[in-house]
Every structure is written in C-alpha cells, then in structure tokens.
Design a protein around this ligand. Structure first.
Ligand code: ADP
Ligand code: MG
Length: 294
C-alpha cells in the first residue's frame, strides 16, 4: 500500500515530545485530529469531506509533515516517515506534492516559470536561485502545461490568469516534482462551478493516466460524490465514515455535517433515482465558496 495512516492524532497545544497522557490531561482545547486511520493505494482518488474545523487541513498537512502529528504512524511507500528528521524530508516532500486553495504561485512570473519551480526540490540552492533549468526540464514544463490545457498561456504572467487557470498551473508545477501522491487542500473552494469541474477532471485524469494518488479536501459534497473512488468523512477530528460514493448516502452526509446549518438545509432525504448519477452541481454544497475566483 502506498500510504498507510494509523491512529493519527494532532493536538496543536501539545508541546512536541510530551507524552499523550500528559497532553490530554493538561489540554483545554479538543484535539484537531484523533485516531484517524486509512490507507491509500496507487492511483486512487480519495476525497475528505467534513464541516469547517473538522480537521481536513490538519490531516493533509500531517501527511507530508508540514505539521508534526502528535501521535500515530505514517507509512509512505514502505517506509515510516512519522519521525523522519527534517533534513531527510526533502525527498518525501518531492514525492508528496501539495496543492492549495490559493494556488501559491509567484504572480510576477510567467506560467512556465511557475511550472519550472516544481523542479526546485531537485536542485541545489544556487542553481535554483539562478533559475538554471536543463533543456529537458523546460521541454517537460511545456508538455505539462499542455497537458493541463494551458499550452498557449506559457508566457502569460500568473497574475493575468483566471482562478481555474492558476490552479491548473499549480497542478502542472506539482507534476514537475514527479509526485506519487498529490494532496489537494480545497483546490476548488475559490472557483466557479465550470472551473471547478476542469480542475477536478484534471486531477482525476492524473490518477487514471499516471497512477498518481490524489487525496482531496472538499467542501463541495456534490463534487466528492461525482469524482471519488472513496470518500472519508471527518467530524471533530475523527474519521466518522469511509466508503464509496454510492455508500455515501444522504443519511451519511447528514451525520457527517450534523449541526452544520449550511449543509443541513440542502441535503435531500432520498438519493436521486440512479445511484451514482451526476448530481446537480451545488445541491450538496457544504459551504459557499470563500471569495470569488481571483
Ligand atoms: N495552527 C493552528 N493552531 C491552533 N489550532 C489550529 C491550527 N490550525 C487548525 N487549528 C484547529 O484545529 C481544528 C481543525 O482545523 P482544520 O484542520 O483547519 O479543519 P478544516 O480544514 O476541516 O476546516 C480546528 O479546531 C482549528 O481551529
Ligand atoms: Mg481546511
């Protein structure tokens, strides 16, 4: 199994290396994550849903050690990376790419320069800061921009692109890392439905054609139902559901979002006739998009 997560926990106010019992006894705030276990195989498309504050971002960031889990074990590609020292995380971070809601592009640079930045993890600091890339790397960057449908925008400054285009540049950049896993934290939260669809289609195509594993945090339950091989439901830091889209019934969705007023009103009592049929966009939107497409 490519990724195995066992009993993952995170308490933001626990000083590192303090034992768990002491942490729980002294901590006033609830744990952001507790006892979360799951596995992800090569080429799987997994979405993580749950209300705001459920721990979705915390989970994703623990997986590539952007934040340190308080307890639990993360096995990646046959290796325990839970306590890998910082110096040895570089290779792991190349193989576990991350996509963010706000794109994290360098806006004064062109699309192609941003894509080339995906290669920085493979270069020494000098070559990186001088922007020295091989001809192969440049050719690859153009190919990848083409692949996400942005070939003709290679020389456009990133700040001149639409939100959906920015996110696809972000995806092309992460592909430059040759990742095995892509962690996507709310990749479509700032996008309109049409751009959202293009981004989701692009991500799913990567899992199908390149065997990359995608783990995607989503507010939009309708997109999760449409695109996922498997859905994980988080609530108050705990995994409360895991199953296929067909198994993610309205009752399941209600239980994940219980008390979250915004989704409650929109969840229908019955699933549409044919299970698995595309569900009208927005029908299950858990939260309104935060801010318009940039
Ligand atoms: N850096 C942080 N410091 C302290 N608490 C945090 C931090 N980041 C998140 N939290 C808390 O952890 C919980 C889970 O947050 P988060 O992982 O961001 O949830 P989600 O992505 O599902 O909205 C929330 O209660 C949040 O307030
Ligand atoms: Mg989040």
């Amino acid at each position: 199994m490519l990724l195995e997560v066992q009993d993952l926990g995170k308490s933001y106010d626990a000083p590192r290396r303090r034992n768990k019992a002491a942490t729980d006894a002294t901590s006033g705030t609830p744990r952001a994550l507790s006892g979360v276990s799951f596995t992800a195989g090569q080429g799987e498309f997994i979405t993580v849903i749950g209300p705001s504050g459920a721990g979705k971002s915390t989970l994703l960031r623990c997986l590539n050690r952007l934040i340190e889990p308080t307890d639990g074990v993360i096995n990646f590609n046959g290796r325990d990376i839970t306590h890998l020292p910082n110096g040895r995380l570089r290779k792991v971070r190349r193989e576990i790419a991350m996509i963010f809601q706000n794109y994290n592009l360098v806006y004064r640079l062109t699309a192609i320069q941003n894509v080339l930045h995906g290669r920085l993890g493979y270069k020494n600091a000098l070559a990186g800061s001088l922007g020295l890339y091989t001809e192969d790397e440049k050719a690859r960057a153009f190919e990848l921009l083409d692949e996400v449908g942005l070939g003709e925008f290679a020389y456009r400054r990133a700040d001149q692109l639409s939100g959906g285009q920015k996110q696809r540049v972000g995806i092309a950049r992460s592909l430059m890392q040759d990742p095995k896993v892509m962690l996507c934290d709310e990749p479509i939260a700032s996008l309109d439905p049409k751009s959202s669809r293009m981004v989701m289609e692009t991500l799913r195509r990567l899992t199908r054609e390149r065997g990359i594993t995608c783990i995607v945090n989503l507010h939009q339950v309708d997109f999760a139902l449409e695109y996922s091989d498997r859905i994980i439901g988080l609530r108050a830091g705990e995994k409360v559901f895991e199953g296929t889209a067909d198994e993610t019934t309205p009752a399941v969705i209600r239980s994940i979002y219980e008390g979250d007023a915004e989704v409650m009103v929109d969840v229908p009592v019955e699933m549409p006739e044919a299970a698995g049929s595309p569900i009208e966009a927005g029908a299950f939107a858990a939260e309104p998009a935060t801010g318009g497409a940039q």
